[in-house]
Ligand binder design. Structure first.
Ligand SMILES: NC(=O)c1ccc[n+]([C@@H]2O[C@H](COP(=O)([O-])OP(=O)(O)OC[C@H]3O[C@@H](n4cnc5c(N)ncnc54)[C@H](OP(=O)(O)O)[C@@H]3O)[C@@H](O)[C@H]2O)c1
Length: 328
């Protein structure tokens, strides 16, 4: 069994990676501030704030079989980790937001990228996310002899706090007339956090290198919503499709944010949900049915405060105001 270092490990994907590595018998060390939650049982935590210079110095002199870094949006974090940590294999979790063209479906990893930005930090907004990831990827490829870069798509399932998928299982489980975008044929693409974590760990174990779009197969919004509804929908659920133009006129945003409908995309961004992920599938990424992700997301939703500020979706009053009168 190997020694694994997970830079992260206290929430969502990085925690799932640490849990998977522990379950396979590896000795797992996580590095985080510990603010997002505990590391999985069986993993060790080195408390460090990567915004503090020298934060990773306690790792100097240790050697790891595999490192997984999820550095979300900081080039200096990635550069500093590469300078300090000694490891045989290095996985960097990047994003499909690195691509310059977000509109064209069917693109692969050779598609043009944003210009790299060697910045990112607590003061920066989401607009630099993709560019910082491009620079971070470059640093990993230049700084490690056996790099694996995983450009994740929309990661869903247990532990997700973004509501960008979980809204739908939660909403469908509540039932009644439910606003959905009338955009059944729009591309959709997700990956379950557990599947991505399992693939990242098995790839590290066998020393896979290269760059992959890490997401599930291409499908449609209609198919995904149908599968969620079949898996967790209440008996009285009645989807009410509203035209994109009507939603926009009513101030409903696609994808995320307040007053939004997740998974729905403007034409300018349908390409992010239609990546050619066949190379990842050929390299071992196995994706479970959407129904399974929906059930787990609903279970996770039920552990959260229903009154919390949501990252995506419609509040019940906003949705009611959109429904035809009388409701169907
Ligand atoms: N979520 C998605 O749908 C999605 C889509 C595409 C790509 N990605 C990429 O996937 C990766 C994982 O994303 P995620 O949302 O699941 O994140 P995550 O795995 O939850 O990772 C965040 C980790 O970073 C740690 N962290 C945050 N600030 C830190 C600091 N100053 N010093 C040390 N550690 C710190 C957090 O721990 P503490 O807070 O305890 O310090 C946490 O363990 C990221 O690279 C992201 O860009 C995500």
């Amino acid at each position: 069994m190997g020694s694994w270092l997970v830079l992260g490990g206290t929430r969502f994907l990085s925690r799932a990676v640490a849990a998977e590595a522990v379950a396979r018998g590896h000795e797992v060390t996580c590095v985080a501030r510990g603010e997002s939650g505990p590391v999985p049982e069986g993993a060790a935590l080195v408390v460090a704030d990567r915004d503090v210079p020298g934060a990773l110095d306690p790792l100097r002199g240790r050697r790891f079989d595999a490192v997984v870094d999820v550095a979300t949006m900081s080039f200096p974090w990635v550069r500093d980790a590469l300078a300090v940590i000694d490891a045989d294999h290095w996985t960097f979790v990047s994003t499909i937001s690195v691509y310059a063209d977000t509109a064209t479906p069917g693109q692969g990893v050779d598609a043009p990228l944003l210009d790299p930005l060697e910045g990112g930090g607590p003061a920066d907004g989401p607009e630099v996310y993709g560019a910082v990831k491009v620079a971070s990827e470059d640093a990993v490829r230049a700084g490690h002899p056996r790099p694996l870069v995983v450009r994740a798509g929309l990661i869903c399932g247990p532990g997700d706090r973004s509501d960008r998928f979980g809204y739908w299982p939660a909403r469908f489980a509540r039932g009644g007339p439910t606003v959905v975008p009338d955009a059944r044929d729009q591309p959709a693409q997700i990956v379950d956090v557990r599947d991505l974590a399992a693939w990242i760990v098995s790839s590290g174990e066998r020393g896979l290198t290269g760059t992959f779009d890490g997401s599930g197969p291409r499908t449609t919004l209609g198919a995904v919503l149908d599968e969620i509804a079949a898996a967790v929908g209440a008996p009285d659920l009645v989807p009410v499709p509203l035209a994109p133009a009507a939603l926009e006129a009513a101030g409903v945003s696609p994808w995320a944010g307040p007053r939004s409908l997740p998974l729905w995309l403007p034409d300018s961004h349908v390409g992010i949900a239609a990546r050619d992920t066949s190379p990842a599938a050929e390299a071992g990424l196995v994706c479970r049915p959407v129904a399974d992700t929906a059930r787990a997301a609903l279970e996770h939703e039920r552990t959260l405060d229903p009154a919390r500020a949501r990252g995506a979706g419609l509040a019940p009053d906003d949705e009611r105001a959109l429904l035809p009168d009388p409701p169907p």
